[in-house]
Design a protein around this ligand. Structure first.
Ligand code: FES
Length: 548
């Protein structure tokens, strides 16, 4: 009996003597490579989901990889029978948010004032000549997330979006969350995380429909670890109490006036103009990064008279509350559960992910699956729906226990595939939710307001854009606010990065605003643990009265 391979959801019988790379190629699957299978570029990485025991031993060029990650050009099927399931790191087109919605700054309501300009055939940056060309002038806005990377290519003379793209952050081989990436970067010499990312980014930029050398500026936002890794900074201090970026430490020591970073295109190892400026937007703290700062710019918080909240739910949930007079920020280490990490059948929001769940009158599960294909797993919005539906139909109680002594609920099953939810998954989700809710209560009570005092509650991030708000309220992931106060804003980070790319005035506003943000350290809040325990239950989040 031959070994069956399932690659990115497509199955074939394994052919002897071919590497996992070749087997994928035979199925017409594009595997990233720059070294033509020589084991040098490290880009052909795949994640083995099943059947790791049927594969050849780890080869020398893949010693840097951890867990289930392998270099597909170095890995062969050695087993006689069974099933090997793996996927490439750039599988399908990730569902990205190419825009933010319902935010004041959306749609160029500010003056186009980019740093890169033209004077005849002279290309200038901040008025200083950097090149001679009569060709177009482009810029890139990038949201560099722990899980996904989003790029926008912009015409700097018109502000027009030319193209956008996204992919799974290939740095996952160093762990799925920032703390693992920090230890990986600290323990492995050679800056492998950044070098691997640079390879993927270069391919993405080369696929844009313009000459990469016409890209003269790039604005990078991301959490503090992702941003600092991209700028070759030592990230060790972000992983140690008091969790500060090296840029914050240097600023406190008077060695720099901002936490923003700049380097050249050449230094970034990207194929853009070698003298291009790559600007890393300022961070708020070690765990409230430039992505949150960019979200504040997109929300026009510097000029906002209403009191607003921005919640970006993720491995590290970021919370911002405030208005033009006072801004408070915090981060909650919620873990990867709501992004599908640490969940038996969890997966990112890719083709094959269950994203919507409804239980009908007959108790049957009905799904919405991304890409309208056979379900392979379940992503964050699907997890929120399934919890809400199990709660609504009394198949799960507020403590996350299944009825009838069940420990597993099958959502989908066919001959090859089953997607299910374990009680232990619910436990992971409960803890992630507990951290988020504790963060909300701690930030609001520190600010001295209740949830009802909020005029707009923005749910940011690709995840926030797709969740069913009613389901999120039912399980108590977001406050029980009237529907018209909750805005599913989408990717506010890429929106803010774009604004900073197109307007020097707005970039200055961002630099100034970040310096005014108060950082709320959740772990020091006297009621944090109590809030956390309360937040682990699946029920509506109501305000906890606070002293005003
Ligand atoms: S193709 Fe370059 S390392 Fe495998």
């Amino acid at each position: 009996m031959a070994v069956t391979l399932t690659i990115n959801g497509k199955s074939i019988a394994a052919v002897g003597g071919l590497s996992l790379f070749d087997q994928a190629e035979a199925l017409g699957i594009d595997v990233p490579t720059s070294c033509r299978k020589q084991g040098k570029c490290k880009e052909c990485m795949v994640e083995i989901v099943e059947g790791v025991d049927s594969l050849s031993p780890i080869a020398e060029p893949e010693r840097h990889l951890k867990g289930k990650f392998r270099l597909s050009c170095q890995t062969y099927v050695t087993g006689e029978s069974g099933h090997v399931r793996y996927h490439t790191m750039r599988r399908g087109h990730m569902r990205i948010e190419s825009g933010a919605e319902g935010m004041p700054a959306t749609g160029l309501p500010f003056e186009l004032d980019p740093a890169v300009t033209r004077d005849g055939d002279r290309i200038l940056i901040d008025g200083v000549e950097m090149d001679h060309s009569t060709g177009p002038i482009h810029g890139i806005a990038m949201d560099l997330g722990t899980t996904t990377v989003v790029l926008r290519l912009i015409d700097l003379e018109t502000g027009r979006l030319i193209a956008d793209t996204s992919f799974e952050n290939p740095q996952r081989f160093g762990g799925s969350e920032v703390m693992s990436r920090i230890s990986y970067d600290t323990d492995h010499p050679g800056r492998l995380l950044m070098r691997t990312l640079a390879g993927y980014l270069s391919h993405a930029i080369e696929k844009f429909p313009v000459d990469p050398k016409t890209i003269y500026e790039m604005v990078v936002v991301g959490n503090s670890t992702m941003r600092d890794l991209f700028f070759w900074q030592n990230v060790y201090s972000i992983g140690q109490s008091p969790y500060q970026s090296i840029t914050e430490i240097e600023m406190a020591e008077g060695k720099r006036s901002t936490t923003s970073l700049t380097q050249t295109g050449l230094h970034s190892l990207l194929p853009i103009h070698p003298k291009a400026r790559v600007y890393g937007a300022p961070i708020i703290s070690g765990h409230v990064g430039a992505d949150a700062a960019a979200g504040m710019l997109a929300a026009d918080l510097a000029n906002e008279t209403r009191t607003i909240a921005i919640m970006d739910i993720g491995t590290n949930t970021e919370l911002i509350v405030g208005n033009k007079d006072r801004i408070l920020a915090a981060s909650c280490p919620a873990g990867p559960a709501f992004e599908g990490g640490a969940i038996a059948c969890g997966m990112p929001a890719l083709d094959g992910a269950i994203e919507e769940v409804h239980i009908d009158g007959d108790g049957e599960f009905k799904f919405g699956v991304i890409g309208d294909v056979t379900p392979e797993g379940i992503c964050g919005s699907g997890l929120i729906d399934v919890l809400s539906e199990l709660l609504r139909t009394d198949q799960m109680n507020e403590r996350g226990r299944f009825e009838d002594d069940l420990h597993r609920i099958d959502l989908y099953k066919d001959e090859d595939q089953s997607v299910y939810l374990l009680e232990s998954d619910v436990n992971e989700l409960a803890q992630a939710k507990g951290a988020n809710v504790a963060g909300l209560h701690a930030v609001f009570s520190t600010y001295g307001i209740d949830f009802q005092d909020i005029d707009v509650f923005y749910l940011a991030g690709g995840f926030g854009r797709h969740i069913n708000v009613e389901a999120a309220k039912r399980i108590g992931l977001v406050p029980n606010l009237p529907e018209d106060k909750i805005v599913r804003a989408g990717n506010t980070a890429i929106e803010g990065a774009t604004i900073a790319l197109l307007s020097r005035k707005k970039r200055e506003e961002l630099e100034e605003m970040v310096k005014r943000v108060e950082h709320c350290r959740l772990e020091t809040h006297p009621n944090f643990f109590e809030f956390f325990v309360e937040g682990c239950q699946f029920k509506l989040v109501e305000p906890i009265p606070c002293a005003k």
